[in-house]
Design a binder for this molecule. Structure first.
Ligand SMILES: C[S@@+](CC[C@H](N)C(=O)[O-])C[C@H]1O[C@@H](n2cnc3c(N)ncnc32)[C@H](O)[C@@H]1O
Length: 285
Protein backbone atom coordinates (compact mmCIF):
# COMPACT_ATOMS: atom_id res chain seq x y z
CA UNK A 1 0.00 0.00 0.00
CA UNK A 2 2.93 2.35 0.67
CA UNK A 3 3.88 2.31 -3.03
CA UNK A 4 0.34 3.40 -3.92
CA UNK A 5 0.52 6.30 -1.51
CA UNK A 6 3.89 7.38 -2.90
CA UNK A 7 2.53 7.25 -6.45
CA UNK A 8 -0.49 9.34 -5.45
CA UNK A 9 1.77 11.90 -3.79
CA UNK A 10 3.95 12.09 -6.89
CA UNK A 11 0.84 12.76 -8.99
CA UNK A 12 -0.23 15.53 -6.60
CA UNK A 13 -3.46 13.80 -5.50
CA UNK A 14 -4.60 14.95 -2.05
CA UNK A 15 -4.19 12.49 0.83
CA UNK A 16 -7.90 12.34 1.62
CA UNK A 17 -8.79 11.70 -2.03
CA UNK A 18 -6.11 9.01 -2.19
CA UNK A 19 -7.49 7.31 0.92
CA UNK A 20 -11.04 7.37 -0.49
CA UNK A 21 -9.90 5.95 -3.85
CA UNK A 22 -7.84 3.28 -2.13
CA UNK A 23 -10.77 2.40 0.12
CA UNK A 24 -12.96 2.10 -2.97
CA UNK A 25 -10.44 -0.17 -4.75
CA UNK A 26 -10.12 -2.40 -1.69
CA UNK A 27 -13.76 -2.06 -0.58
CA UNK A 28 -12.46 -1.15 2.88
CA UNK A 29 -12.95 1.71 5.34
CA UNK A 30 -10.35 4.39 6.09
CA UNK A 31 -9.93 2.84 9.55
CA UNK A 32 -9.05 -0.50 7.91
CA UNK A 33 -6.53 1.22 5.63
CA UNK A 34 -4.85 2.86 8.62
CA UNK A 35 -4.63 -0.46 10.44
CA UNK A 36 -3.29 -2.40 7.41
CA UNK A 37 -0.55 -0.19 5.99
CA UNK A 38 1.50 -3.24 4.93
CA UNK A 39 -1.30 -4.79 2.85
CA UNK A 40 -0.18 -5.74 -0.70
CA UNK A 41 -2.81 -4.97 -3.32
CA UNK A 42 -3.86 -7.71 -5.73
CA UNK A 43 -3.23 -6.92 -9.43
CA UNK A 44 -6.96 -6.21 -9.88
CA UNK A 45 -7.09 -3.85 -6.90
CA UNK A 46 -3.94 -2.14 -8.07
CA UNK A 47 -5.27 -1.66 -11.61
CA UNK A 48 -8.55 -0.21 -10.31
CA UNK A 49 -6.74 2.15 -7.95
CA UNK A 50 -4.21 3.30 -10.59
CA UNK A 51 -7.04 4.00 -13.04
CA UNK A 52 -8.95 6.18 -10.58
CA UNK A 53 -5.75 7.86 -9.44
CA UNK A 54 -4.84 8.85 -12.99
CA UNK A 55 -8.31 10.25 -13.58
CA UNK A 56 -8.22 12.21 -10.33
CA UNK A 57 -4.76 13.56 -11.22
CA UNK A 58 -6.25 14.75 -14.53
CA UNK A 59 -8.85 16.78 -12.61
CA UNK A 60 -11.82 14.41 -12.80
CA UNK A 61 -14.03 15.25 -9.79
CA UNK A 62 -13.62 12.82 -6.91
CA UNK A 63 -17.36 12.12 -7.02
CA UNK A 64 -17.07 10.82 -10.60
CA UNK A 65 -14.12 8.58 -9.63
CA UNK A 66 -16.02 7.20 -6.64
CA UNK A 67 -19.37 7.21 -8.44
CA UNK A 68 -21.05 8.75 -5.43
CA UNK A 69 -21.41 11.94 -3.41
CA UNK A 70 -23.04 12.68 -0.09
CA UNK A 71 -25.55 15.53 -0.24
CA UNK A 72 -27.68 16.75 2.68
CA UNK A 73 -27.16 13.43 4.44
CA UNK A 74 -28.09 11.31 1.40
CA UNK A 75 -25.61 9.15 -0.51
CA UNK A 76 -26.20 9.78 -4.22
CA UNK A 77 -25.02 8.01 -7.33
CA UNK A 78 -23.14 10.52 -9.49
CA UNK A 79 -22.00 10.03 -13.09
CA UNK A 80 -20.48 12.41 -15.68
CA UNK A 81 -24.05 12.90 -17.01
CA UNK A 82 -24.86 15.05 -13.97
CA UNK A 83 -23.33 17.96 -12.10
CA UNK A 84 -21.38 16.87 -9.05
CA UNK A 85 -23.73 18.26 -6.35
CA UNK A 86 -22.02 20.98 -4.31
CA UNK A 87 -22.22 21.44 -0.52
CA UNK A 88 -23.17 25.09 -1.18
CA UNK A 89 -26.42 23.88 -2.75
CA UNK A 90 -27.47 22.57 0.65
CA UNK A 91 -28.15 26.26 1.44
CA UNK A 92 -30.97 26.20 -1.12
CA UNK A 93 -32.39 23.02 0.42
CA UNK A 94 -32.27 24.50 3.93
CA UNK A 95 -34.03 27.64 2.74
CA UNK A 96 -36.75 25.59 1.02
CA UNK A 97 -37.28 23.67 4.26
CA UNK A 98 -37.57 27.01 6.14
CA UNK A 99 -40.37 28.27 3.89
CA UNK A 100 -41.95 24.84 3.42
CA UNK A 101 -45.60 25.26 2.37
CA UNK A 102 -48.34 24.09 4.72
CA UNK A 103 -50.49 21.06 3.96
CA UNK A 104 -53.54 21.63 1.80
CA UNK A 105 -54.23 23.98 -1.09
CA UNK A 106 -57.94 23.66 -1.68
CA UNK A 107 -58.78 26.70 -3.73
CA UNK A 108 -56.00 27.23 -6.26
CA UNK A 109 -56.83 24.72 -8.97
CA UNK A 110 -54.10 22.68 -10.64
CA UNK A 111 -52.60 19.78 -8.71
CA UNK A 112 -54.27 20.64 -5.42
CA UNK A 113 -57.80 20.94 -6.79
CA UNK A 114 -60.52 18.39 -6.31
CA UNK A 115 -62.53 16.90 -3.51
CA UNK A 116 -59.52 15.93 -1.40
CA UNK A 117 -57.69 19.20 -2.03
CA UNK A 118 -57.98 20.46 1.55
CA UNK A 119 -55.94 17.41 2.59
CA UNK A 120 -53.49 17.57 -0.31
CA UNK A 121 -49.76 17.54 0.44
CA UNK A 122 -47.63 20.39 -0.89
CA UNK A 123 -46.55 20.15 -4.51
CA UNK A 124 -42.95 21.13 -4.99
CA UNK A 125 -40.74 21.25 -8.10
CA UNK A 126 -36.97 21.12 -8.59
CA UNK A 127 -36.15 22.54 -12.04
CA UNK A 128 -32.89 21.16 -13.50
CA UNK A 129 -32.63 18.32 -11.02
CA UNK A 130 -29.45 16.63 -12.33
CA UNK A 131 -28.71 13.78 -9.91
CA UNK A 132 -31.96 14.60 -8.07
CA UNK A 133 -29.96 16.02 -5.16
CA UNK A 134 -32.27 18.90 -4.19
CA UNK A 135 -35.53 17.08 -4.92
CA UNK A 136 -34.45 14.01 -2.94
CA UNK A 137 -33.27 16.05 0.04
CA UNK A 138 -36.69 17.75 0.12
CA UNK A 139 -38.53 14.45 -0.27
CA UNK A 140 -36.42 12.90 2.52
CA UNK A 141 -37.39 15.74 4.85
CA UNK A 142 -41.08 15.66 3.84
CA UNK A 143 -41.92 12.15 2.58
CA UNK A 144 -45.60 13.03 2.13
CA UNK A 145 -44.92 15.91 -0.24
CA UNK A 146 -45.42 15.44 -3.95
CA UNK A 147 -41.95 16.34 -5.26
CA UNK A 148 -41.49 16.83 -9.00
CA UNK A 149 -38.04 16.87 -10.62
CA UNK A 150 -37.38 18.08 -14.18
CA UNK A 151 -34.40 18.15 -16.47
CA UNK A 152 -33.75 18.73 -20.16
CA UNK A 153 -31.27 15.84 -20.07
CA UNK A 154 -32.78 12.34 -20.24
CA UNK A 155 -29.42 10.93 -19.12
CA UNK A 156 -29.48 13.10 -16.01
CA UNK A 157 -33.04 12.08 -15.24
CA UNK A 158 -32.08 8.41 -15.38
CA UNK A 159 -29.45 9.11 -12.68
CA UNK A 160 -32.10 10.94 -10.63
CA UNK A 161 -34.43 7.95 -11.04
CA UNK A 162 -31.70 5.52 -9.96
CA UNK A 163 -31.11 7.64 -6.85
CA UNK A 164 -34.84 7.91 -6.10
CA UNK A 165 -35.22 4.14 -6.43
CA UNK A 166 -32.13 3.35 -4.34
CA UNK A 167 -33.21 5.70 -1.56
CA UNK A 168 -36.88 4.69 -1.66
CA UNK A 169 -37.86 8.33 -2.20
CA UNK A 170 -40.25 8.44 -5.16
CA UNK A 171 -40.19 11.56 -7.35
CA UNK A 172 -42.41 12.61 -10.25
CA UNK A 173 -39.84 12.91 -13.05
CA UNK A 174 -40.32 15.02 -16.19
CA UNK A 175 -38.06 15.55 -19.19
CA UNK A 176 -38.20 18.95 -20.85
CA UNK A 177 -37.22 22.57 -20.97
CA UNK A 178 -37.80 24.36 -17.63
CA UNK A 179 -41.53 24.98 -17.01
CA UNK A 180 -42.39 23.33 -20.32
CA UNK A 181 -41.64 20.00 -18.62
CA UNK A 182 -44.50 20.54 -16.15
CA UNK A 183 -46.97 22.55 -18.19
CA UNK A 184 -50.47 22.54 -16.72
CA UNK A 185 -49.26 21.87 -13.16
CA UNK A 186 -49.34 24.36 -10.29
CA UNK A 187 -46.79 24.29 -7.45
CA UNK A 188 -46.60 25.52 -3.85
CA UNK A 189 -42.80 25.87 -3.94
CA UNK A 190 -40.19 25.86 -6.70
CA UNK A 191 -36.42 25.56 -6.39
CA UNK A 192 -33.76 25.63 -9.08
CA UNK A 193 -30.01 25.52 -9.38
CA UNK A 194 -29.82 26.23 -13.13
CA UNK A 195 -26.73 26.76 -15.29
CA UNK A 196 -25.46 30.26 -14.44
CA UNK A 197 -21.86 30.48 -15.63
CA UNK A 198 -21.23 32.86 -18.52
CA UNK A 199 -19.99 31.40 -21.80
CA UNK A 200 -16.62 33.15 -21.52
CA UNK A 201 -16.06 32.62 -17.80
CA UNK A 202 -12.42 31.63 -17.17
CA UNK A 203 -13.50 29.25 -14.35
CA UNK A 204 -15.01 26.93 -16.97
CA UNK A 205 -11.61 25.37 -17.69
CA UNK A 206 -11.61 24.00 -14.11
CA UNK A 207 -14.99 22.37 -14.76
CA UNK A 208 -14.14 20.60 -18.01
CA UNK A 209 -15.30 17.18 -16.79
CA UNK A 210 -18.85 18.23 -15.91
CA UNK A 211 -21.61 18.58 -18.54
CA UNK A 212 -21.42 22.03 -20.16
CA UNK A 213 -25.22 22.00 -20.41
CA UNK A 214 -25.36 21.92 -16.60
CA UNK A 215 -23.04 24.88 -16.21
CA UNK A 216 -23.27 27.45 -18.96
CA UNK A 217 -25.99 29.95 -19.81
CA UNK A 218 -26.16 32.88 -22.23
CA UNK A 219 -26.54 36.54 -21.15
CA UNK A 220 -23.49 36.37 -18.82
CA UNK A 221 -25.01 33.31 -17.18
CA UNK A 222 -28.42 34.88 -16.56
CA UNK A 223 -30.52 33.49 -19.43
CA UNK A 224 -31.81 30.36 -17.66
CA UNK A 225 -32.41 32.18 -14.37
CA UNK A 226 -34.44 34.80 -16.25
CA UNK A 227 -36.39 32.14 -18.20
CA UNK A 228 -37.31 30.32 -14.98
CA UNK A 229 -38.37 33.55 -13.26
CA UNK A 230 -40.41 34.76 -16.23
CA UNK A 231 -42.30 31.46 -16.47
CA UNK A 232 -42.84 31.03 -12.74
CA UNK A 233 -46.01 33.06 -12.05
CA UNK A 234 -48.03 30.86 -14.44
CA UNK A 235 -46.92 27.71 -12.59
CA UNK A 236 -46.98 28.79 -8.94
CA UNK A 237 -49.89 29.08 -6.55
CA UNK A 238 -50.51 32.45 -4.85
CA UNK A 239 -48.12 32.77 -1.91
CA UNK A 240 -45.65 30.21 -3.35
CA UNK A 241 -41.90 30.79 -3.09
CA UNK A 242 -39.39 30.54 -5.94
CA UNK A 243 -35.83 29.99 -4.63
CA UNK A 244 -32.83 30.13 -6.95
CA UNK A 245 -29.12 29.41 -6.69
CA UNK A 246 -26.91 31.69 -8.80
CA UNK A 247 -23.38 33.04 -9.19
CA UNK A 248 -21.77 35.20 -6.51
CA UNK A 249 -22.29 38.43 -8.49
CA UNK A 250 -25.76 37.74 -9.90
CA UNK A 251 -27.98 38.49 -6.86
CA UNK A 252 -28.95 42.05 -7.98
CA UNK A 253 -29.95 40.88 -11.48
CA UNK A 254 -31.92 37.92 -10.10
CA UNK A 255 -33.70 40.13 -7.54
CA UNK A 256 -34.53 42.62 -10.29
CA UNK A 257 -35.99 39.86 -12.50
CA UNK A 258 -38.04 38.51 -9.58
CA UNK A 259 -39.46 41.97 -8.83
CA UNK A 260 -40.28 42.52 -12.51
CA UNK A 261 -42.17 39.20 -12.55
CA UNK A 262 -44.31 40.28 -9.58
CA UNK A 263 -42.53 38.50 -6.72
CA UNK A 264 -42.51 40.08 -3.25
CA UNK A 265 -40.55 39.44 -0.04
CA UNK A 266 -37.35 39.11 -2.11
CA UNK A 267 -34.54 37.80 0.07
CA UNK A 268 -31.08 36.25 -0.16
CA UNK A 269 -29.05 33.50 1.45
CA UNK A 270 -25.27 33.15 1.72
CA UNK A 271 -23.25 30.11 0.73
CA UNK A 272 -20.72 28.42 3.02
CA UNK A 273 -18.05 30.96 2.01
CA UNK A 274 -20.33 33.91 2.87
CA UNK A 275 -21.20 34.87 -0.74
CA UNK A 276 -24.76 35.81 -1.70
CA UNK A 277 -25.56 32.73 -3.75
CA UNK A 278 -29.33 32.25 -3.41
CA UNK A 279 -32.14 34.68 -4.12
CA UNK A 280 -35.86 34.04 -3.87
CA UNK A 281 -39.24 35.67 -3.68
CA UNK A 282 -42.84 34.88 -2.98
CA UNK A 283 -45.90 35.52 -5.14
CA UNK A 284 -48.49 37.73 -3.48
CA UNK A 285 -51.48 35.84 -2.07
C1 LIG B 1 -26.26 23.38 -12.26
S1 LIG B 1 -26.99 21.84 -12.70
C2 LIG B 1 -27.87 21.49 -11.19
C3 LIG B 1 -28.10 20.03 -10.93
C4 LIG B 1 -28.68 19.74 -9.54
N1 LIG B 1 -29.93 20.44 -9.34
C5 LIG B 1 -27.71 20.12 -8.45
O1 LIG B 1 -27.94 21.14 -7.78
O2 LIG B 1 -26.71 19.41 -8.26
C6 LIG B 1 -28.25 22.39 -13.81
C7 LIG B 1 -29.18 21.32 -14.36
O3 LIG B 1 -30.11 21.96 -15.24
C8 LIG B 1 -30.32 21.14 -16.37
N2 LIG B 1 -30.75 22.00 -17.47
C9 LIG B 1 -29.99 22.77 -18.28
N3 LIG B 1 -30.76 23.42 -19.18
C10 LIG B 1 -32.03 23.04 -18.92
C11 LIG B 1 -33.28 23.39 -19.50
N4 LIG B 1 -33.36 24.26 -20.53
N5 LIG B 1 -34.40 22.84 -19.00
C12 LIG B 1 -34.32 21.96 -17.94
N6 LIG B 1 -33.17 21.60 -17.36
C13 LIG B 1 -32.04 22.14 -17.84
C14 LIG B 1 -28.99 20.47 -16.60
O4 LIG B 1 -29.13 19.28 -17.37
C15 LIG B 1 -28.50 20.24 -15.18
O5 LIG B 1 -28.90 18.97 -14.71
Amino acid sequence: MQACLAKAQALGVARLDTALLLGQALQQSRAWLLAHGEYALTPQESAAFQGWLQRRAQGVPLAYCLGRREFHGLMLKVTPDVLDPRPDTETLVDWALEVWPPYGRGDQGGLGAGPAAAESPPHVVDLGTGSGAIALALKAAHPNACVHACDASAAALSVAKANADALGLPLALHTGHWWGAVDGLLFDLAVANPPYIGEDDPHLCDLAHEPRSALVAAQQGLADLRAIIAGAPAHLAPGAWLLLEHGHDQAPAVAQALAAAGFADIAHRLDLAGHTRCTGGRLPR
